[in-house]
Design a protein around this ligand. Structure first.
Ligand code: NZQ
Ligand code: ZN
Length: 387
């Protein structure tokens, strides 16, 4: 196991009716900037629960943070937050609202051009306090340090991370997710599954507890994912899914182990180019990346084949292919295509274009050992474009 530091200060408030508990978390005299997306929280009653819980506080609202949150929109919230001298940002929504709010939190006190945080990796030394009420289990954003922000004018989708944007608390009430459209539930299951794989499908590091944690999340998602998609208001299944998605990317399973993230980096470029949902980009990249990197990932792919899919017979290459095929079947059964060819309007030359874009951003060598270079990116996407 590698040396590591593990620090996750986000207080989790999990379960039915927990929005009411924020009354004890938010000071009575706080000036709160409530950030939200396009209106789902009004339609499902979450907004009213938040307003009731915050009775007596000064609440300033900012609506319109879009899926794949947009820099220009967020900068309007930064201006509002500075003008109103807010004490707390309360992000209410899915990963996009939470990510956007992390950026707002970092940008409000930032001295300089806030785009530098994303583009140049400028240090975030402080942030406005932030808390979250999650309505879409998928990203883990509710209790991690990361945010991914888009800038459509330049075709960029870039990430940053800072301990200063850890939410102070995260409310996870599974009932707030009952209103999700099936597509978002399926996306969430696959996103969480891929988060685990990015931290697991690398090379053995004698990190047995992390491996077993990761495997338990994968098995749980395979079991509960289809059930919660079919029965969206079954509380227990939804609660299991919500907690799985949080644990998939809150730092725990990734502590002390090698990590990959090449699938995510390639996927972000596909979203920037074609506006494909985040999880859907992962489903068209990850299985092909496993094939292209099967020699580098052999030991973990074999462990995955055996422990997750029960594949124990055949030559190593056959077992690996069987496990990758089962992964594809799982994604497809959730309604996510595993071939980029299934999407309309993919321009000729896309594999080379994505490789170039990654290179131009200084990401020429991706993966746990830096072995996913431009050539491999082209191969992965070329395979995904084959019918
Ligand atoms: O905008 P509203 O009206 O709220 O509607 C949203 C949005 O249209 C809707 N929605 C959310 N909760 C709902 C609901 N509809 C009905 N009922 C509810 N309870 O769902 C739509 C999609 O929301 P979005 O927040 O975009 O989805 P998701 O949570 O999948 O977030 C995706 C974003 O997170 C980034 C992705 O790149 C993408 O930009 N990621 C963030 C990560 C992180 N912070 O660690 C890691 C991930 O790998 C990922 O990159
Ligand atoms: Zn993801």
């Amino acid at each position: 196991m590698f040396n590591f530091e593990f620090y996750n200060p986000t207080k989790i408030l999990f379960g039915k009716g927990q929005i009411a508990s924020i009354a004890k978390e938010v000071p009575a005299d706080a000036r709160v900037l409530l950030t939200a997306g396009g209106g789902s929280i009004k339609a499902n009653g979450v907004y009213q629960q938040v307003i009731d819980a915050l009775a007596g506080r000064t609440i300033i609202e900012f609506w319109g943070i879009e899926p794949n949150p947009e820099y220009a929109t967020l900068m309007k919230a930064v201006e509002l937050g500075r003008k109103e001298k807010i004490d707390l940002i309360l992000a209410v929504g899915g990963g996009s609202v939470l990510d956007g709010s992390k950026f707002i939190a970092a940008a409000i006190p930032f001295d300089g051009e806030p785009w530098d945080i994303l583009n140049k990796g400028a240090a975030v030394n402080t942030a406005t306090p932030l808390a979250s009420i999650l309505t879409l289990p998928a990203t883990g954003s509710e209790s991690n340090t990361f945010a991914v922000i888009s800038r459509r004018e330049t075709g960029e989708k870039l990430a940053f991370g800072s301990v200063h944007v850890y939410p102070k608390f995260a409310v996870l009430d599974p009932e707030t997710t009952f209103s999700l459209p099936p597509r978002q539930v399926a996306n969430g299951v696959v996103d969480a599954f891929c988060h685990v794989c990015e931290q697991y499908m690398t090379f053995p590091a004698d990190a047995h507890i992390q491996d077993r944690f990761a495997e338990s999340i994968l098995k749980t998602l395979i079991e509960v994912g289809p059930r919660t998609l079919a029965n969206p208001t079954n509380y227990d299944d939804r609660a299991t899914f919500v907690w799985s998605a949080t644990l998939a990317l809150n730092g725990l399973i990734g502590a002390g182990v090698p990590q990959d993230w090449a699938t995510h980096m390639i996927g972000h470029e596909l979203t920037a180019l074609y506006n494909i949902d985040h999880a859907r980009t992962l489903a068209v990249v990850m299985p092909h990346l496993f094939r292209v990197q099967s020699a580098q990932k052999e030991a973990k792919l074999l462990q995955y084949a055996e422990r997750i899919w029960g594949v124990t017979s055949g030559a190593p290459a056959e077992r690996i292919e069987a496990a990758i095929a089962k992964t594809e079947e799982f994604f497809e059964s959730m309604g996510l295509p595993t071939r980029l060819a299934k999407y309309d309007n993919i321009q000729d030359g896309t594999p080379a274009l994505v490789a170039e874009k990654l290179q131009s951003r200084g990401f020429a060598k991706l993966g746990e050992k830096g072995e996913v270079g431009p050539e491999q990116v082209v191969e992965i996407l070329t395979r995904s474009l084959a019918a």
